[in-house]
Design a protein around this ligand. Structure first.
Ligand SMILES: NC(=O)c1ccc[n+]([C@@H]2O[C@H](COP(=O)([O-])OP(=O)(O)OC[C@H]3O[C@@H](n4cnc5c(N)ncnc54)[C@H](O)[C@@H]3O)[C@@H](O)[C@H]2O)c1
Length: 459
C-alpha cells in the first residue's frame, strides 16, 4: 500500500482535495460538513440514524430553521456532500471528524458514543490521516482516553496518525454564522497535528484559530459555558432574594448595572440547551475526582435547575387561589430554551410544563418555532392557546412575544374572571400588563404581596 506522507495531507488540505468523513450529522456535524463541502472538499456525512440519512439523501434537513442550511444542502448534495449510513463508503478518508453526542450520565459523562465513533474513525481513516474530535470532552479525556484508544490500535500519534480536539461552541439559531465567525481553539499533542487541523479549519473559519494543548482546549470550552451558567445563577439568586425581601428585581438590576463594574444578567425561569446544562457538570466531576470540589459551579447549576419547579409551584398556588382550590387552564408561551432559537433540547420549559401537568392543570403550549409541548397540548395558534386560560405564562423570550399587544392578548382570553400573566423572562412592565387587565406576576417580584390582592372566586 502506498505510504502517504504528512506533507501529502497538508498539500491535499490546502488544495481542498481531501476526502473527509464526518461522523454524526446533527446540529454540529451537518453544518460543519456542508461548510467543508462548500470549501471544495469531498465530504461524506455519516450517521447511525438511518431516518436522518434518508431525509438528507432526499435533500431534507431537520435544521430548516437554521439560516442557509437547506440551501447549502440543496446546492452541495451529491456534488461535494454525500450523506451515508454505510461505513464502507468512508474507507481511506484523509480526515475523519467526530461530532456525536456526549450526554451527561447520572454521576458522570457518557462517552460511549464518542468511543464508538472513534472506533469507526480508526477503521476508515487512512494511515497518515487526521482525526478531529469536535464532541465536547471532559478535562483529561484526550490524554487519558482518546490517545490511549488510538495508540492501542497500533498507530502512533504524530507519526502514523494525526489527532486534534476542536471543541464546538456554536449557538443553535446562528449555527452557520457562528461556525464561520467564532474564534476556534484546537488542542493537539504534536506540531504536525496542529498544522493539519489548522489548515483544515482555515478553509472555512474566519474568526481566528489558536493551537493549544488538549487539556487547555477541554477546559476553555467548559469554562465558557460554566461562566454563563454561574452568571445566570447569580441573577436568579438575586431574583429569589427579591421575592422574599419584597423588592422588584428589575429596579435592583437596573440600578446596580449603572455601576461601572457591574453587569448583572436578566433572571428567568431557568437555563437550557444541550451544552449549558451539562458542561458545568463535566467540569465539576473532573475537578472533584482530582481533589478540588468546585462548589460554586455545582450550586449554580442546581439553582438554575430548580427555577422552573419554583415558578410552577407559585403559579399552581396562585391559580388555585383564584379558582377556589381547583386547577385551571394554563397557556405556556414558548418551549425553546432561548428566544428565537429553534432548539427545545433541555429547555427549562420541559420541567415547568411537566410540573404543572403533574399538579393537575390543563397546559396548552404554543411556540412559533418548534412543536415541542413536553406533555402539554401543543396549540399552533396563540389566540387558540390562550382562549380558555386562567393564566398565561411567558417562558421564552421570543421576539414575537416581546412585540405582543397585551390588550389584544387579554381580549383573546374568552373565559370570564381574572387572568394571571406570569412573566418568566421579564418581557413586560408590570403597569403595562395590569393596564391591559391582567394580574401580573413575574420572576424576581414579591408575589406574596400580589397574592393578597387576588380575587378568589368561590364555586
Ligand atoms: N448543538 C449545540 O449547540 C452544540 C454546541 C457546542 C457543542 N456541541 C457538542 O457537539 C457534539 C454534537 O452535538 P450535536 O448537538 O450535534 O448532537 P446531535 O444529537 O444533534 O447529533 C449527533 C448525531 O450523532 C449521531 N451519532 C451517534 N452516535 C454515532 C456514531 N457512533 N457514529 C455516527 N453518528 C453517531 C446521532 O445519530 C446524531 O444524529 C456534542 O458533544 C455536543 O456537546 C453541541
Amino acid at each position: 500500500m502506498k505510504r502517504i506522507l504528512y506533507e501529502d495531507l497538508e498539500t491535499a488540505l490546502k488544495a481542498r482535495e481531501a476526502k473527509i468523513a464526518v461522523l454524526g450529522q446533527g446540529y454540529i456535524g451537518l453544518p460543519t460538513s456542508l461548510l467543508m463541502a462548500r470549501a471544495g472538499f469531498t465530504v461524506y456525512g455519516f450517521d447511525v440514524n438511518r431516518n436522518l440519512i434518508d431525509e438528507l439523501s432526499r435533500g431534507e434537513t431537520r435544521l430548516k430553521q437554521e439560516k442557509g442550511i437547506a440551501e447549502l444542502l440543496d446546492d452541495l448534495k451529491e456534488r461535494n456532500y454525500f450523506p451515508t449510513e454505510d461505513l464502507s463508503e468512508l474507507y481511506e478518508s484523509d480526515v475523519v471528524l467526530i461530532a456525536v453526542p456526549t450526554p451527561k450520565g447520572r454521576d458522570g459523562p457518557n462517552l460511549s458514543m464518542v468511543l464508538s465513533a472513534l472506533e469507526s474513525a480508526l477503521k476508515v481513516v487512512r494511515r497518515g490521516g487526521l482525526i478531529v474530535i469536535e464532541s465536547t470532552l471532559p478535562p483529561g479525556t484526550f490524554y487519558d482516553l482518546i490517545i490511549p484508544t488510538v495508540e492501542s490500535s497500533g498507530l502512533e500519534v504524530g507519526k502514523d496518525i494525526y489527532l486534534a480536539y476542536c471543541p464546538e461552541r456554536a449557538l443553535p439559531g446562528k449555527l452557520l454564522q457562528e461556525l464561520v465567525q467564532n474564534f476556534r481553539i484546537i488542542g493537539v499533542v504534536d506540531e504536525k497535528s496542529g498544522i493539519l487541523a489548522k489548515t483544515l479549519y482555515e478553509s472555512f473559519v474566519e474568526g481566528g484559530i489558536e493551537i493549544v494543548d488538549p487539556l487547555t482546549a477541554e477546559m476553555v470550552k467548559l469554562v465558557e459555558n460554566s461562566y454563563r451558567d454561574v452568571n445566570i445563577a447569580f441573577a436568579n439568586e438575586v431574583a429569589r432574594m427579591c421575592e422574599v425581601l419584597g423588592v422588584d428585581v428589575r429596579k435592583v438590576r437596573e440600578l446596580a448595572n449603572k455601576h461601572p463594574r457591574v453587569n448583572m444578567l436578566i433572571p428567568g425561569i431557568g437555563v437550557g440547551g444541550s451544552c449549558l446544562t451539562k458542561d458545568p457538570w463535566f467540569l465539576f466531576w473532573a475537578s472533584q475526582e482530582r481533589g478540588y470540589r468546585p462548589n460554586l459551579i455545582k450550586r449554580a447549576r442546581e439553582l438554575n435547575a430548580e427555577m422552573p419547579f419554583h415558578y410552577a409551584g407559585i403559579l399552581d398556588e396562585l391559580v388555585r387561589q383564584l379558582r377556589g382550590g381547583r386547577s385551571g387552564v394554563i397557556a405556556v408561551l414558548g418551549s425553546t430554551y432561548k428566544g428565537d432559537v429553534p432548539d427545545p433540547r433541555e429547555s427549562p420549559v420541559e420541567p415547568f410544563v411537566k410540573e404543572l401537568v403533574k399538579r393537575g392543570h390543563a397546559v396548552k403550549v404554543y411556540d412559533p418555532l418548534v412543536r415541542s409541548s413536553f406533555g402539554g397540548e401543543y396549540v399552533p395558534d396563540i389566540s387558540e392557546a390562550v382562549k380558555d386560560a386562567d393564566s398565561i405564562a411567558f417562558v421564552t423570550d421570543h421576539t414575537e412575544f416581546k412585540m405582543l399587544d397585551l390588550r389584544k392578548l387579554r381580549k383573546a382570553v374568552k373565559k370570564d374572571g381574572p387572568v394571571i400573566l406570569f412573566d418568566g423572562r421579564l418581557l413586560f412592565e408590570p403597569e403595562e400588563a395590569e393596564e391591559a387587565g391582567f394580574i401580573y406576576i413575574s420572576v424576581g417580584r414579591p408575589y406574596t404581596i400580589l397574592e393578597r390582592s387576588l380575587v378568589t372566586i368561590e364555586d
